[in-house]
Ligand binder design. Structure first.
Ligand code: SAM
Ligand code: SF4
Length: 329
């Protein structure tokens, strides 16, 4: 029966992020665990038809935005089939990608009605890209960003900011927005299992804005409802920038997100330890909607704040969560 997915704090959940795989063709150290990582075998992942069935249940219950993520969603062999099937649903469909495969997918994404893309790129220097991702794909990503701009996509560039690693490049990214309509989203470095996070590597929202203000005049733009990003622009620049302040100023009160992992489990928060297995229930013919409703009703008011307000004293061993690559960022 059609309805809406509301938690006990009256937050309506209408935004579903589906991870298509925990596999990836890059090896960003802050996302993948340090030890040899074994990708989930294909049989344990949701199959294309199962993704469609689950997505439909969410859409019948009020979800109107779906983001595909991963791992790298575009390394999945049947990614095109999944994008095509989800494009038929009455949702705004979008994607977070490392950009390496966009040359093969840009036309399909256009035809599927995708208008906005989030592409991750943490540095504008080829050598540093290699250091961060352990793969030599900088030119490919940059070319694909330009290709997507040429094709008229709204391009947001996700930059994870880590002190002393790429903080010196913040204003290079801002300079890029001068003549190019790219929308830079600086993301505060978040802790996950095995990702070498330490509190002193977090470069906060305040510090990021101060860094930009040291060189440019900056105006704050109006935030969109439920948006996790605080938006800014340098007057006269073609693009904008924003900060996702998960660590220093979390935004739980407006949360409308549900995450579906590639192995078919839902997490009601990026930092929740509890997961609800939808895939097994779907395969056994059980009541998936009831599980979704229970999971959302059990959502905590705010989880990230448990450590975020005082992240300076957080020790990485206290973080019990999947690694980012298995959650789907
Ligand atoms: N492979 C795709 C990509 O890189 O865009 C999609 C998956 S990735 C996990 C989604 C986003 O999470 C990326 O923008 C990535 O930079 C971000 N991310 C990964 N680990 C992070 C961390 N520890 N802190 C902040 N953001 C992180
Ligand atoms: Fe792969 Fe994206 Fe994680 Fe980098 S951030 S390892 S590209 S999933």
């Amino acid at each position: 029966m059609a309805g809406i997915l509301k938690d006990s704090f009256n937050r309506v959940h209408n935004y579903l992020r589906i991870s298509l795989t925990d596999n990836c063709n890059l090896r960003c150290f802050y996302c993948m665990p340090e030890e040899d990582y074994e990708f989930t075998p294909a049989s344990r992942l949701m199959q294309a038809d199962e993704i469609e069935t689950l997505a439909k249940i969410f859409v019948e219950n009020g979800v109107n935005k779906i983001r595909l993520t991963g791992g790298e969603p575009l390394v999945r062999k049947d990614a095109a089939k999944i994008i095509h099937s989800l494009s038929k649903l009455p949702v705004s469909l979008t994607l977070t990608t490392n950009g390496t495969r966009l040359d093969d997918f840009a036309d399909l994404l256009k035809e599927s009605g995708v208008r906005s893309l989030n592409i991750s790129l943490d540095t504008l220097q080829r050598d540093r890209f290699m250091l961060l991702t352990r793969r030599d794909q900088y030119d490919k990503v940059m070319n694909n960003i330009n290709l997507c701009l040429d094709k008229g996509f709204h391009v947001k560039v996700n930059v994870v900011v880590m002190r002393d690693l790429n903080t010196g490049e913040i204003n290079d990214f801002i300079e890029w927005t001068k003549d190019t309509p790219v929308h830079i989203r600086f993301i505060e470095f978040m802790p996950f299992s095995g990702n070498r996070w330490t509190s002193n590597k977090v470069f906060t929202w305040k510090e990021i804005v101060e860094e930009v203000e040291s060189k440019y005049q900056v105006v704050r733009l109006e935030d969109e409802k439920h948006d996790t990003a605080k938006k800014y622009q340098v007057p006269g620049h073609a693009g904008t920038f924003a900060v996702i302040s998960t660590m220093s100023a979390p935004f739980c009160s407006g949360c409308n997100r549900i995450r579906l992992t590639a192995d078919g489990k839902i997490k009601n928060c990026l930092f929740s330890r509890e997961e609800t297995d939808l895939l097994t229930t779907l395969r056994n013919g059980g009541d998936v909607l009831a599980l979704i409703q229970q999971n959302i009703l059990a959502k905590k008011k705010e989880l990230v704040r448990q450590f975020a307000t005082d992240f300076a004293h957080l020790h990485p061993v206290e973080i019990a969560n999947r690694s980012m690559i298995t959650i789907g960022g």
